[in-house]
Design a protein around this ligand. Structure first.
Ligand code: MD6
Ligand code: FE
Length: 205
């Protein structure tokens, strides 16, 4: 495993997971899930997404992968990142700036996320910090090349992952979600939140 990869099993206890789901539901009411499409091909993702934060990550056929400050369907700014997630970043990121984006992924039955690198951020010295909620998922992480050997981890509700240091640009993805393994979400499925710094940090914030 590359240096800088950290797995914090059950970082959030059950009661805090419930609080996080309530926060996410509040965000979804303002900033609904939508289905991104692949650059060029326009093929829809199986994962549905939205964001909170000053910037949000998105992808569509015409514009490709990018960050922008507004929701692609409502045109409204993304809601703020909840304090509970800012506190998580403070606790685990070990990096002097604030996160600017929180991508919210929702996996309904059958959704998965192909192997990718989180590479659209300018500030790749900052880690990406993720939280899993709901059903278990089989996560893989490899190396800096797509074909490098992969390690698999079953991510459970409340788990936190940190891709920092050398692992920041490692390939990773979700092979499958094990439906019905958690009762946290009202509908079956899985939510993953990823906190990112996007723009370069040029001064202490
Ligand atoms: C997911 N996670 O768990 C997908 N990226 O649904 C990611 O793509 C991810 O967990 C960067 C850092 C941590 C992650
Ligand atoms: Fe990722």
């Amino acid at each position: 495993m590359l240096d800088g990869f950290k797995y914090l099993s059950r970082y959030f206890p059950d009661s805090e997971q419930v609080a996080l789901v309530n926060l996410v539901n509040g965000i979804l009411a303002e900033s609904p899930l939508y289905r991104p499409t692949m650059p060029r091909s326009g093929k829809p993702f199986s994962v549905q997404m939205t964001n909170c934060g000053a910037l949000g990550w998105l992808s569509d056929k015409a514009g490709g992968y990018r960050y922008q400050s507004t929701h692609p369907e409502t045109g409204r700014p993304w809601p703020k990142i909840p304090d509970k997630l800012l506190a998580l970043w403070e606790d685990v990121a070990d990096w002097p700036g604030n996160p600017e984006a929180c991508l919210i992924n929702y996996y309904a039955v059958g959704a998965k996320l192909g192997s990718h690198v989180d590479g659209d951020e300018v500030e790749t010295r900052a880690p990406v910090v993720s939280v899993s909620l709901g059903d278990d998922a089989v996560f893989h992480v490899g190396g800096l090349k797509r074909g490098d050997p992969k390690t698999r981890i079953v991510l459970k509700s409340g788990d936190v992952l940190i891709l920092g240091g050398e692992s920041r640009l490692a390939y990773h993805g979700i092979d499958k979600v094990n439906e019905g393994t958690s009762e946290l979400l009202q509908n079956t499925g899985r939510i993953n939140l990823t906190l990112r710094r996007v723009t370069a940090l040029d001064k202490k914030e």
